[in-house]
Design a protein around this ligand. Structure first.
Ligand SMILES: [Fe+2]
Length: 128
């Protein structure tokens, strides 16, 4: 049996459900009667709107910004829903709402971080 992988994120193109794998099981996740799509994180922005997470060290840990120089929109119809930092032992996730700043602080040493991840409700998953 083909299996899912830990931390994979799947999307339902019908209802918009987004799920993250916390324990591996059968590969074919379904929602609304059809297969969910595995989201692949993009790492490079071609357009002026920036999505790649930018990690900087702070006194308490790290601040992850979307993006580095210009802030990503945080509007009702277009915003960053969550930001995560991944380490070898776990994931820290901050959920965001329209009107919030597109950034999150985590009590993690920068050296422990494998990568940061964010999901834009319009433009998908991004890694940096
Ligand atoms: Fe976006």
């Amino acid at each position: 049996m083909e299996k899912t992988e830990l931390r994979e994120i799947y999307y339902c193109e019908v209802c918009g459900n987004v799920v993250e794998v916390l324990n591996e099981g059968a590969k074919d996740l379904t929602c609304c009667g059809q297969k969910m799509v595995k989201l692949e994180a993009k790492t490079e922005d071609a357009t002026t709107e920036k999505h790649v997470p930018y990690i900087q060290e702070t006194d308490k840990g790290v601040l992850v910004k979307i993006g580095q120089n210009a802030a990503h929109p945080m509007l009702e119809k277009h915003y960053i829903k969550f930001i995560e930092v991944h380490t070898t032992s776990g994931i820290f996730r901050q959920e965001l709402n329209p009107g919030d700043a597109p950034e999150a602080e985590f009590p993690v040493k920068k050296s422990e971080i494998l990568y940061a991840l964010e999901w834009c409700n319009l433009h998908g998953l991004w890694k940096g």
